[in-house]
Design a protein around this ligand. Structure first.
Ligand SMILES: Nc1ncnc2c1ncn2[C@@H]1O[C@H](COP(=O)(O)OP(=O)(O)OP(=O)(O)O)[C@@H](O)[C@H]1O
Length: 443
C-alpha cells in the first residue's frame, strides 16, 4: 500500500481478518489480512461485489464488531469498544418513528451526555446544514426517502465526528434524489462546511466511488482482501461524461472483474491464487444465458469492441448492472476486458452466430471447461455409476466458501447453465442432479 508519511491517520486496520460461524457451525472466512489507513482530509471508498465483506470491514473499523485477528486503531489506540471518532449513516435510514426530526438528531448527542440547551442548538444547526430547515417538528413517516436520509446525515454530522462512515447511503433512494444528495455532500465537503475530517463510504457502485472518493480500495471476494488501491485525482465537482471519468470507471471495472492488472500502487492477488480456479474462488456470476447472448449481440453491433461505460450508456444502464453479464462473458471466454474495454473473442463470435443446437454445444464446452462449479458438477456426476447426485452434496461443498443463500444462488446459476448446455439436468422434486448422455466429452 502506498502511504505518504505526513498525512495524519485517523483509523487504521492492521492484519484484520474476520471469520463468521454459520448456523450449522462452519467457519466462513469473510475478511483476510486487511491493512488500510484512513487519513485526515480524504474520502475513501470501499468497493467490492456483493458479499465481499465491505460492510463487515466497515463494522470492524467502527468498532461495532471485533476482528477475529489483527487490530483496528483510532488515532493510534487499539479499539476495545465502539470507535469514538466515527458516526455512521446506513442504507436503511434507521430513524425512530415516534421521534421528530429534531429529536432523532438530538438522540446522538443525548447518548454522548450533551446537555439540553446545547443539544438543541447543535441539532438545529445540523438540520439547517443538511437542508431540512422547517422540518424540525416533522415525523419520519411524513418525509420522503431523500429527506429521511438527510435526517440520517444530520444525526451523524451533529456529533462532529472525526470520520463519517457511510454504508451504501444512497442505494435505497431513487436515482435523482441520490445524485442530489451526493452532490450536496461533495459541496459540503469541498466547502469545509461538513464538520468531519474524513469520510469512508461502502459501495458496490463504481461510478459512485469515482464520483466521491480520493482513494478507492477494491475488495476481492471469498474471502475479502484488498485487491487494489487507486487514487482519484479528478477535480471536483466531477462530471460523469468526461473521458477521464469514463476511463477511470472502466479501469476500476476491469480490476473488479479481476481481469485487469491492478495499477502499480495496488496490492494484487498472487497469480497462483487466481489460476487455481475453484467453485469457491471463482463464483459463477448471476447471469442468464439469454442475457449473456444479448450482451454479445450488442457488442457485435457496436463493432465487437467497446468501452464498458459506453455500452452501459447505450443500454441506459449503470455500469454496475452489466457486471454479472460481463463477468460471465469473460469467464466463459466469449469476451475479454482490457483497459476498461470489452472485446468479443472469436469463440464469442462463433457462439453469437451459431444456430441453437451449435450454440448449446459451444456453451456446454466452454462452461464445462471454464466455469469451475459447472465443471465440478459434471466431473462429480461422471464419477458416479448412477450418474446422479443429491443437491446436498454440492451445497455442502459450497458451504466452505458461501453462506446458505449464496450457495443456493450459485447452484441456481449452475443449474441454468448446465441445462442450457445439456450437460446435466436437475429434478427439483428429488433435489437431484443427473448427467446428460455424452456430457463427459466436454470436460
Ligand atoms: N453476523 C454474521 N454471521 C454470519 N455471516 C455473516 C455475518 N455478517 C455477514 N456475514 C456474511 O459475510 C459475508 C460478507 O457480508 P458483508 O455484508 O460484509 O458483504 P458486503 O460486501 O457488504 O455485501 P453487500 O454489498 O451485499 O452488502 C456474506 O457472505 C454474509 O452472509
Amino acid at each position: 500500500m502506498t502511504e505518504s508519511s505526513e498525512r495524519v491517520t485517523i483509523v487504521e486496520a492492521d492484519g484484520v481478518t474476520k471469520t463468521f460461524t454459520t448456523p450449522d457451525g462452519r467457519a466462513l472466512p469473510v475478511l483476510d489480512d486487511i491493512g488500510l489507513r484512513l487519513h485526515e482530509g480524504e474520502i475513501v471508498a470501499l468497493l467490492g461485489k456483493s458479499g465481499s465483506g465491505k460492510s463487515t470491514l466497515l463494522r470492524c473499523l467502527a468498532g461495532l464488531i471485533s476482528p477475529s485477528s489483527g487490530t483496528v486503531s483510532y488515532r493510534g489506540r487499539p479499539l476495545t469498544a465502539a470507535n469514538p471518532g466515527v458516526a455512521m449513516v446506513f442504507q436503511s435510514f434507521a430513524l425512530l418513528p415516534w421521534l421528530t426530526v429534531q429529536q432523532n438528531v438530538e438522540l446522538s448527542l443525548q447518548a454522548r451526555g450533551v446537555e439540553e440547551a446545547e443539544r438543541r442548538e447543535r441539532a438545529l444547526r445540523a438540520i439547517d446544514l443538511i437542508g431540512l430547515d422547517g422540518f424540525e417538528g416533522a415525523y419520519p413517516k411524513e418525509l420522503s426517502g431523500g429527506m429521511r436520509q438527510r435526517v440520517g446525515f444530520a444525526r451523524a454530522l451533529v456529533v462532529e465526528p472525526d470520520s463519517l462512515f457511510m454504508d451504501e447511503p444512497f442505494s435505497a433512494l431513487d436515482v435523482l434524489t441520490a445524485e442530489n444528495l451526493r452532490n450536496e455532500l461533495v459541496g459540503l465537503w469541498e466547502g469545509h462546511a461538513a464538520p468531519v475530517k474524513s469520510i469512508l463510504i461502502v459501495t458496490h457502485n463504481i461510478e459512485e466511488a469515482v464520483l466521491l472518493a480520493d482513494r478507492i480500495l477494491v475488495l476481492s471476494s471469498n474471502p475479502g482482501r484488498i485487491r487494489a488501491e487507486l487514487t482519484v485525482e479528478l477535480p471536483r465537482p466531477r462530471d460523469r461524461r468526461t473521458p477521464q471519468f469514463e476511463a477511470l470507471v472502466d479501469t476500476v471495472y476491469g480490476i473488479l472483474t479481476g481481469r485487469e492488472e491492478a495499477p502499480s500502487a495496488a496490492v494484487a492477488e498472487p497469480a497462483a491464487a487466481r489460476s487455481a480456479a475453484t467453485p469457491v474462488s471463482t463464483p459463477l456470476p448471476p447471469a442468464s444465458v439469454g442475457g449473456l447472448a444479448g450482451l454479445l449481440e450488442i457488442l457485435l453491433s457496436m463493432g465487437g469492441e467497446e468501452g464498458l461505460a459506453e455500452i452501459a450508456d447505450e443500454l441506459n444502464f449503470e455500469v454496475d448492472d452489466l457486471l454479472p453479464l460481463v463477468d460471465a462473458a469473460v469467464l466463459l471466454g466469449f469476451a475479454t476486458v482490457s483497459a476498461g474495454r470489452l472485446a468479443i473473442t472469436p469463440e464469442g463470435r462463433e457462439f453469437s452466430a451459431a444456430d441453437i443446437l451449435t450454440s448449446k454445444q459451444l456453451f456446454a464446452r466452454h462452461a464445462a471447461r471454464r466455469a469451475p462449479l459447472v465443471r465440478a458438477i459434471v466431473q462429480s456426476l461422471a464419477a458416479k455409476d448412477s450418474q446422479k447426485l443429491r443437491e446436498d452434496f454440492f451445497v455442502d461443498l459450497l458451504r466452505r466458501g458461501y453462506d446458505s443463500i449464496d450457495a443456493g444462488r450459485q447452484l441456481e446459476t449452475a443449474i441454468a447453465w448446465g441445462r442450457y448446455g445439456e450437460l446435466y439436468d436437475y429434478d427439483a422434486d428429488d433435489t437431484e442432479f443427473a448427467l446428460e448422455p455424452g456430457a463427459e466429452a466436454y470436460l
